[in-house]
Design a protein. Structure first.
Length: 355
């Protein structure tokens, strides 16, 4: 009984902490001169992650099985995964603006699980025979972690599109951000890159701009500072006369694009492993590796969407807004795969009907 009371307190506390954390991140974005707000946001996410982990641990002790058997438990596990991936992304990017996108989503999921689901869907129940398997932990946990990573990566791709809205911007260089950006006839150059003043740049195969002096063939001294922009004559550009992005926004856009790519690169292998594990479990439980259940079909669609994203970036060399649009569409596909077919459709994975 004490565990039930603890769970009720922890789920409400998680929602409250995530709500306050969302406000802190939004306040930090509105008032960037207040550095303590960034630290508060990170602390809030870490505390919420710990509260949800404790909640799931209490459910595990109470029920005697890994807490991923119903919608309430899976929603909180998803929220835990999003907060964990958020902390990884924030630490990797050194940008507190990651929380502006991830905190409201984590808060909304916790609110849905706590305030919307009926009490009978929140209670622990004995496992049905098909779920009494060690594959429950292996398959479902890996799938939920992949959903968390893919959602965070897609949210950062949407943030990238917002930062670069109305701009024809393309990343120059590798997919992991070793290059710069080009926007409205301007190319972003990193600090310490050698720049020659008298002559126009030539672009090498790796996407970097190489500047040569017309007098003696030697490059001039490196430009000091974080970034600088050099005008590029492009008379055929349809948006040549529009206002170019500031170096600060270009740097932010590069960070968002880079970390989105890396997080999706983390989630995709997890999704692949989860689908394979699910096939093995399905064969043990139902005698077939693949039955074209609605959940299985949408899991395959999700895999194909993000496989196309990674293929476009790695093999085709897509950069900037084009792959970000594909990743943004992937967010909707993940939600349909995770929640839509479970609630609105019939199948072996359904949690119930919503009318």
């Amino acid at each position: 009984m004490n565990l039930v009371i603890l769970q009720n307190w922890l789920d409400n506390a998680s929602f409250a902490i995530l709500f306050l954390t969302m406000l802190v991140y939004w306040g930090g974005a509105a008032f960037p001169n207040l550095p303590y707000l960034a630290a508060l946001g990170t602390a809030g996410m870490a505390i919420a992650n710990l509260c949800i982990a404790t909640l799931l641990g209490a459910r595990w002790i109470e029920a005697g099985y890994f807490p991923l058997s119903n919608l309430y438990e899976s929603l909180f596990f998803l929220t835990w995964g999003i907060t964990a991936v958020h902390l990884i992304a924030e630490n990797s990017s050194r940008s507190r603006l990651v929380g502006v996108a991830t905190a409201p989503v984590a808060m909304a999921i916790a609110a849905f699980a706590t305030m919307t689901l009926p009490s009978q869907m929140q209670a622990s129940e004995p496992l049905v025979p098909a779920l009494k398997s060690n594959w429950l932990m292996m398959h479902v946990s890996v799938m939920m972690l992949s959903y968390s990573a893919l959602m965070v990566g897609s949210l950062l791709a949407i943030a990238f599109l917002i930062v670069t809205r109305g701009q024809n911007i393309q990343l120059q260089g590798s997919s992991v951000g070793t290059g710069g950006y080009r926007s409205n006839g301007y190319r972003l150059h990193k600090a310490t890159e050698l720049i020659s003043q008298p002559s126009a740049p030539t672009v090498e195969n790796n996407g970097f701009a190489r500047f040569e002096s017309s007098s003696n063939g030697n490059a001039n001294t490196a430009v000091l500072g974080l970034v600088t922009t050099t005008p590029i004559q492009n008379p055929k550009s349809e948006i040549q006369n529009s206002e170019p992005l500031s170096p600060q926004r270009l740097s932010l856009a590069e960070t968002l694009d880079n970390i989105s790519y890396r997080i999706i690169g983390l989630g995709f292998p997890l999704l692949t492993i989860g689908i394979i594990a699910g096939g093995v479990w399905a064969n043990e439980a139902w005698g077939s590796y693949w039955s074209w259940d609605p959940k299985e079909t949408w899991a395959l669609i999700t895999w194909l969407v993000f496989a196309a994203y990674l293929h476009a970036r790695i093999t085709r060399g897509w950069q900037g807004r084009s792959p970000a649009i594909l990743a943004s569409a992937g967010l909707l596909v993940v939600w349909v795969c995770y929640l839509g077919v479970n609630l609105l459709g019939k199948g072996l994975h359904s949690y119930g009907w919503f009318f």
